[in-house]
Design a protein around this ligand. Sequence first.
Ligand SMILES: [Zn+2]
Length: 472
Amino acid sequence: MSVVHILRAELELATAGAVTAPESLTIGSVLRPDLPVARDAWDRPYLPGTSPAGSLRQQAHRTGREEALFGNVRPGNGTDAPPSETVAIASPIRLLGTRLDLPQPLEPAQQLEIRRRTAIDRHRAAAQPKTLHSRELLPPETKILLWLRLDTPSLESPLLDELVDLLATWRPVVGRGRTTGHGQALLTRVLKRSIDLDTADGMRHWLMTGGPALVDDHATVVYDHEKDAVPSLLPELFGQPLQFRITDALHIGSGNVLDRPGHRTGVSAILRDHDNLPIVPGSTWKGVLRARCEFILRSVGLNACSSVGENAGPCGDCVLCEAFGWTERTGAHKQAPPDAEPPPSVGARGRLVFADTVVRESTVRIRNHVALDRVFGGARDAALYTEETIENGTVTVSIRHDRDIPELARAALLLALDDLAAGRFGIGAGTTRGQGTLTALSATGHLLGRERTRAVETLRLHHAALTEEAPA
Ligand SMILES: [Zn+2]
C-alpha cells in the first residue's frame, strides 16, 4: 500500500488580482465588466486550479524538474521509445482544488474592485478611443487555499521534500496584469497531512473523511512565512523607489460618477484603493513611461515601436517590447504580406513590474470645468462638468523587474523618468491644462542627476553601433 500526502497551501493576495472569465459574458450581460472574475456555479468568485498548477509548473521548470513533478506529453526522442511515438508521463502531484476567502464578511459582489483602463494612442499621446475596458478584481488580503495530493510508497520521500521546497520558493501571481502589479500573492503557510493507508488509523481517516476535512488537527506545518521569510518582493530596477510630489493637481478617473444631492451634475470620481486612498494605478505608470521611452529612442534614431501609420503598435523586436512586453492583437504583424512567415510568437510578457501607487498627504478637492462657446465667447450651455482632483500629495513609484532588462531600455526609462520629473509630460487627465505634473523629491532628483550622463552615453553608443553597421 502507499501513503497519501495531502498538502494545504495558504496564500494571501498582496495586491488586487483575479483570474478573469470573459467567456462567461453573454448578450444579456451589458452591465457586467468586460473582464469579470471567474465564478463557480453558485456565482461565487473562484480560482481555477489550472492557474496555480501552471504557475507551480513554471517554477519547477526553472530547476529542470518540470517533467518529474508535473508530468508531460511529448514526442519520443528515439532512446526510450520509437521516434514516432508519443511519450506521456502522468503528473505525480495532483492539484485537488482551491477555495477563496474574501477579507470581509460581506457579499462577494460588494467587495470586488472594478478597474477601468485604456490604451495610449502612440501618436497623440492620449487615450485611444474604443479601448476602454473594465475588469473585476478580488481585493487584497483575499485568502486562497490550495489542496495538493502526492502519493508515495513510504512516509518519507524525496519527492515530497522537493514539493515542499518548491512551494517555499514559489512566488505566486494570480491571473492577468502581472506587469501592472496585479495578483501578487504571498504564500503564508503550508500544512501537510500524511495518511498512511497501512495503518488502521490512516485507513479510517481516509475512508471516514473527505475533501478539505482530510487536512485535520494531525496536520503538521511544513512552511510558515513568519519563520521562513523569504524576500518576496522583486528587486527595484534603480535600486530605490522613486518619489515625486504633485506640482499642481492630478486626476486619474475611476470612470464612476458620484451623484451630488442638490447639484445638476455628478462628480467624476478619482480612482481609490480598497482603503479609499487615492491611487495612481500601475497601468498608468507603465503606459505613459513606455510611450515616452519609445519617443526618446525614436528621437535619437534608434529602433523602437512605431507610433504612426498602419504599423503603429508594439513591433515585437525592439528592446522596449522586451522590457515592457507586447501582444500581437494591436501589433504590426497583421500588416505583413500574406505569404510571409508567421511570427514565432504572438507576444511576450513584460519584465518590468509597475505596482499601484498610493498618493500620500494629499487633499482631494472638487473642481468645476466648463466648455466655452466659440461663437458667443461665454460658457456653453449644459457643458459644465465636475471632477475630483488630488492636490499636494506625494507618490512613491516602485519599478521592479523579474528578469534582466536590456541596458538600452533601462537608459530610456531613466531618461523618461527624468522628463517626468522635469515636467515635460504628465500623468492622468488634463495634462494639457496644467494637471498631472510631478516634481522629483530630493533623493530621486539626485538619482536621476547621477544616472542621466550614463544613460545618454548608452544611447550614444547604441547609435554609433547602428551607423557603423549601416552600409555607406
Ligand atoms: Zn517594439
